[in-house]
Design a protein around this ligand. Structure first.
Ligand SMILES: [Ca+2]
Ligand SMILES: [Ca+2]
Ligand SMILES: [Ca+2]
Ligand SMILES: [Ca+2]
Length: 461
């Protein structure tokens, strides 16, 4: 080291020392990079407490309170079906759009900045998808929702419910993770309303209608889409029938640990000899799906785990009301160790309400289900059946052919006749189980409506 280099080295070392010993005086202003935070658990009001910590010894500049309340996506069991706008749920950059070019720009911006963004859409109808461009979102951590919270007033469409082969027209095609779609409608397209390959999708209070293929599709690319939640949503063909057989409600391949709860599926019916796919179908190497408290009516097929040898393992189907018009209400195919508890199934034009099928379907538990047709093994399926009743009549229910399978009156055949299942603590209505002496069979734990005629008698002089 020559003298000059040594001198510079010593000077730099001295400067570093002076900054260290007098950091209060010379500390640089804080930037965004000088802060870190941790969030507590997300509560059922879609809020959490964020705790901020400063890294290093900067002073002034960017600052944060020690704690603050921020919004988050609540995914727990004690969820609410209220709109996300009720809680002003938002993450990252917030963009408000009111035109198709504005919405397309926001999607391009979300991809360019790698997500962390909320897109709020003003009321209106947006023909956002075409066969030459449709929203393809590669970024993660995005919320797309109506600003008003009124799902009927914000409608995202393609060019109509028609065959677009050999082109593709999904209204939303999502490859990123942690994407939330809420409080809007999606329909009128050539393929799917939502196509998803990323993980942790959250669909809340969305109406999907008039898609030429399955309404929500989980594709099998990579290891498929996992841990999605679909809740409080409507899937329907308002004309009462679909455009072709290759349709379905939720169709997921290679999906692990999804939850599908408190949705309605209507009129997912094929106009052809070939059946439509199920309203809810998880298959082709899927596992551990929870399907609870859904209402399915006037569909060809209800809930399916697996299809032929393309199976599904584990999972729970509980407290659903299922009305089908051509095939099974609940079908287990190559679906080992599934649990099917406390469903009510009303089946028209078919012999079996519930089937467990193929030798690979073993270890299934089918308890406390109320059906009007058989619960049957086919092709060597095996399982444990307890406390089911398969002789229900349409008149037992409030409105069987619109899928309202609440008991119309207290029926001795089912009320207090079920097995106690410690993991099933509520019914379709979230009424606690049991009411009265024991569990009821079926999705509804019967609670008699308040009887005004008795009150009238009591009040008479
Ligand atoms: Ca995955
Ligand atoms: Ca998977
Ligand atoms: Ca009871
Ligand atoms: Ca009830």
């Amino acid at each position: 080291m020559n003298t000059r280099v040594t001198f510079i080295y010593c000077k730099i070392a001295l400067m570093a020392l002076s900054f260290n010993t007098a950091s209060n005086v010379f500390a640089a202003p804080c930037t965004y990079n000088d802060w870190t935070y941790s969030d507590g658990p997300c509560t059922s009001t879609f809020t959490t407490t964020r705790t901020w910590t400063k890294i290093g010894s900067c002073q002034g500049g960017v600052t944060h309170p020690p704690t603050e309340t921020v919004s988050c996506i609540y995914r727990g069991a004690d969820y609410t079906c209220q709109t996300l706008s009720t809680f002003n749920v938002s993450i990252g950059t917030e963009v408000i759009v009111s035109t198709v070019p504005g919405l397309r720009n926001a999607i391009n911006q979300a991809n360019a900045q790698r997500g962390n963004m909320t897109i709020l859409i003003e009321d209106g109808t947006y023909e956002i998808a075409s066969t030459s461009w449709y929203p393809y979102i590669t970024a993660s951590n995005i919320i797309i929702r109506s600003r008003s919270g009124n799902s009927a007033n914000v409608v995202l469409t393609g060019g109509g419910m028609r065959d677009v082969e050999p082109y593709v027209e999904n209204v939303l095609d999502l490859a990123g993770d942690n994407i939330t779609i809420a409080d809007l409608s999606i329909g009128e397209c050539g393929n799917h309303g939502i196509s998803i390959n990323g993980d942790n999708l959250f669909v809340h209070n969305v109406r999907i209608y008039n898609t030429y293929e399955q309404m929500l599709k989980g594709t099998s690319y990579g290891d498929g889409s996992d841990t999605g939640i679909v809740q409080c949503s409507m899937f329907e063909y308002p004309a009462g029938i679909g455009p072709q057989y290759y349709i379905g409600g939720i169709d997921v391949h290679e999906g692990n640990d999804w939850i599908v709860r408190k949705n309605t599926f209507r009129h997912i019916r094929s106009p052809e000899n070939e059946l439509a796919e199920h309203a809810i179908h998880f298959w082709n190497d899927s596992a551990n799906t929870q399907v609870e408290r859904n209402r399915i009516t006037n569909c060809d097929r209800g809930i399916g785990f697996g299809l032929s040898s393309l199976g599904h393992s584990g999972g729970l189907i509980v407290n659903n009301m299922v009305h089908t018009t051509r095939d099974v209400g609940i079908g287990l195919e190559t679906a080992p160790n599934s649990e099917v508890y406390n469903n009510t199934v009303y089946t028209e034009n078919y012999f079996n309400s519930i089937e467990y099928r193929f030798a690979a379907t073993s270890g299934v538990k089918i308890y406390n289900n109320l059906t009007n047709q058989a619960i049957a093994s086919r092709n060597g399926g095996s399982g444990d059946l307890q406390d089911n009743r398969t002789d229900a009549q349409g008149g037992w229910f409030l409105n069987a052919t619109s899928g309202d399978l609440h008991l119309a009156t207290s029926r001795a055949e089912v009320v207090d006749q079920g097995l106690t299942i410690s993991t099933v603590t509520e019914d379709y209505d979230r009424d606690p189980r049991p009411q009265g002496a024991a569990y009821d069979i079926g999705a509804d734990e019967f609670t008699p409506a308040f009887n005004y005629s008795i009150l009238w008698i009591l009040l008479l002089p």
